[in-house]
Design a protein around this ligand. Structure first.
Ligand code: DSN
Length: 422
């Protein structure tokens, strides 16, 4: 069969783009070569509806082993007692949890999208906000952080069935223990969506949700540096179905209920090529090297955040405790959209982002979100991060100076040659 030149040529264009630029989108990363290789294998040909040992198709003896390895490695990585590695994405994982635990119209308490939350935690434009009754906590205007007393008061007022902690643009750690105390007090289940910080949590660099949250979901491709996909985990709450910790009788078979919520509830056949790549990524994350990467991700983020502060930038919450920061550009006289576009012209990729209490629309925004996972994978260290901030600051201060942007772009491209991608 003739090779599809058009598509391969476009893939080459994308590889070039990723190679020459500085990737600062907080939800992106670069997988290892072997993770990518595994995704492009014959495993994509296989249908395997069901779970290892309980499939609806013949010929699953090999993929059964692969999926079981992925499950076992994931449980080892996070100290989980149960894992489902089939969700196609984080949003699918969350949807499966809602399907398993809620009835239409039930109340969910999540983090406000406009304060840094995620669409799938109850936003009105997402199914989670249409089928359930969402209420939201947010951050304080003065501090940019969550006031747990206010979360507690809201939970007592609204009596949610499910509380969600986790975000897409929150630069601080989560008090899972306090969230659990609140959930217990109002009889709610607690879900942590750790899509962003998963790789940092896996290596013990941030608070651990597993001992405190009934259910934990994540994506696999952000700080965790795996293929695009989702996962669901349980800690100890449902280990002893009849024990004191089991919150509700009908949830005593939680692992079975979650499995059937993913398949057949939300999805059909699992993507075994992606599950195999997840297994490879979990294996990589179990190594000591991954711990060093996690440390460097956080160090790079702290160095960048401090440098932005030194240069007069307002950061939501004043800095960062994880891999990302949210710059409020309102004192810089430029919108998130325009900053994103100007930086993009110099091959520095960020995303425009609403800031809490934003007066601009989600298409314009007052902020940009910056993350350090991808540049850290690439090998950038603290000094390199200072240089990146210098380039960004120059462009943000003078976004229509095409000569300056071209000059910085050339420097960016030259500098990235020192950090080979593959
Ligand atoms: N919300 C996206 C992000 O963090 O970029 C992921 O769904």
């Amino acid at each position: 069969m003739e090779r599809d030149k058009k598509i391969f040529s476009l893939i080459n264009d994308e590889l070039h783009r990723q190679t020459v630029g500085i990737e600062l989108i907080a939800s992106e990363n670069f997988t290892s070569k072997q993770v990518m290789e595994v995704m492009g294998t014959c495993l994509t040909n296989k249908y395997a509806e069901g779970y290892p040992g309980k499939r609806y198709y013949g010929g699953c003896e090999v993929v059964d082993q692969i999926e079981q390895i992925a499950i076992d490695r994931l449980c080892e990585l996070f100290g989980a007692t149960f894992a489902n590695v089939q969700p196609h994405s984080g949003a699918q994982a969350n949807a499966a949890v809602f399907l398993a635990c809620l009835k239409p119209g039930d109340t969910i308490l999540g983090f406000d999208l406009s304060h840094g939350g995620h669409l799938s935690h109850g936003s009105s434009v997402n199914f989670s906000g249409k089928f359930f009754r969402p209420v939201f906590y947010g951050v304080e205007q003065e501090t940019g952080t969550i006031d747990m007393d206010k979360v507690e008061a809201l939970a007592h007022k609204e009596k949610p069935k499910l509380i969600v902690c986790g975000a897409s643009a929150y630069a601080r750690d989560w008090d899972y223990k306090r969230f659990r105390a609140i959930a217990d007090a109002v009889g709610a289940l607690l879900l942590a969506d750790i899509a962003h910080p998963a790789g940092l949590i896996a290596k013990g660099k941030l608070n651990d949700p597993i001992p405190h949250c009934h259910i934990v979901t994540s994506t696999t491709h952000k700080t965790l540096r795996g293929p695009r996909g989702g996962i669901i985990m349980l800690g100890n709450d449902f280990e002893n179905p009849f024990g004191e910790k089991t919150p509700k009788g009908e949830l005593k078979m939680m692992s079975a209920i979650l499995n059937s919520a993913v398949f057949p509830g939300m999805q059909g056949g699992p993507l075994e090529h992606v599950i195999a790549a997840k297994a490879v990524a979990f294996g990589e994350a179990l190594t000591d090297d991954f711990g060093k990467y996690a440390d460097q991700v956080m160090l790079n983020a702290r160095v960048m955040a401090q440098e932005f502060v030194n240069r007069g930038y307002n950061l939501v919450s004043g800095g960062t405790s994880n891999h990302l920061m949210l710059l409020d550009l309102r004192n810089k006289n430029i919108s998130g959209k325009d900053a994103d576009a100007a930086l993009g012209k110099a091959d520095i990729t960020v995303n425009k982002n609403m800031v809490p209490f934003d007066d601009k629309s989600p298409f314009i925004t007052s902020g940009i979100r910056i993350g350090t996972a991808a540049i850290t994978t690439r090998g950038l260290k603290e000094q390199d991060c200072l240089q990146v901030v210098d380039w960004m600051d120059a462009i943000i201060k003078d976004p229509s100076n095409t000569f300056l942007i071209e000059e910085i772009k050339a420097k960016v491209n030259a500098s990235m040659q020192n950090f080979p991608l593959y």
